[in-house]
Design a protein around this ligand. Structure first.
Ligand code: GAR
Length: 226
């Protein structure tokens, strides 16, 4: 059976896009990345996609001067022309209209660098540090109207460590995004994702992650009690 044709939508670096391309290079992967589309011609990810031999397209959002429906109509035309079945948002920094989202309902994923519903929007790592959370992470979800909203498919958690700054935390989370997003897109392509985000035939995690490790302090030595 033909693999569903996926468009990856980016605005910048494209490291998640690269992770998806790498996974989809395996003939056993259940989806084909048929297009990488950016709303910015200078997005670094476009060159990476082209180097991997994947067709690219640019629809400059700037040219539409705030006319979101006009911008999205242009994007939609490209997606239709390329016979795209599924959309993967990968650092695509445009707020989408309800009309566009409804059109792709159940067929569009997003990856977000926090454990949603905590910290939607921008600067997630700075906000996680400011909030003092001990666990942070990333989420892959179906896209609903509303910024970073929609049924959750999968999440990966990482510890927040003493001395972390936003860059260190972002790097730890990003490594998990690169693991989780290709897996989640495969589940969608295989038809394992229910409209509410529930997964069929996917192994649930067992065990838990606690941070810091519960138990006695490392500094405790027998006989140190007063
Ligand atoms: C990623 O961390 C992604 O989760 C985030 O932008 C970054 C893009 O990096 N997306 C959002 O914040 C969406 N709300 P990348 O271009 O290297 O994949």
């Amino acid at each position: 059976m033909a693999r569903p044709r996926v468009a990856v939508l980016i605005s910048g670096r494209g490291s998640n896009m690269a992770a998806l391309l790498e996974a989809a290079a395996d003939p056993a992967y259940p989806a084909e990345i048929a297009l990488v589309l950016s709303n910015r011609a200078e997005a670094a990810g476009l060159a990476r996609a082209a180097a991997a031999g994947v067709p690219t397209a640019v629809v400059e959002s700037r040219a539409f001067r705030g006319d979101r429906p006009g911008f999205e109509a242009a994007v939609q035309a490209v997606l239709e022309e390329r016979r795209i079945a599924l959309v993967a948002l990968a650092g695509f920094m445009r707020v989408l209209t309800e009309g566009f989202v409804r059109r792709w309902e159940g067929r569009m994923l997003n990856v977000h660098p926090s454990l949603l519903p905590a910290f939607p929007g921008l600067d997630t790592h700075e906000r996680a540090l400011a909030a003092g959370v001990r666990l942070h992470g990333c989420t892959v979800h179906l896209v609903s109207p509303g910024v970073d909203e929609g049924p959750i498919l999968a999440q990966a958690a990482v510890p927040v460590l003493p001395g972390d700054d936003a860059a260190a935390l972002a790097a730890r989370v990003l490594a998990q995004e690169h693991r989780l997003y290709p897996a989640a897109l495969a589940w969608l392509a295989e038809g394992r994702v229910a409209p509410d985000g529930r997964l069929e035939g996917v192994t649930a995690a067992t065990g838990s992650l606690a941070n810091p490790l519960p138990g006695r302090s490392r500094l405790h030595t027998p006989g140190s009690e007063a």
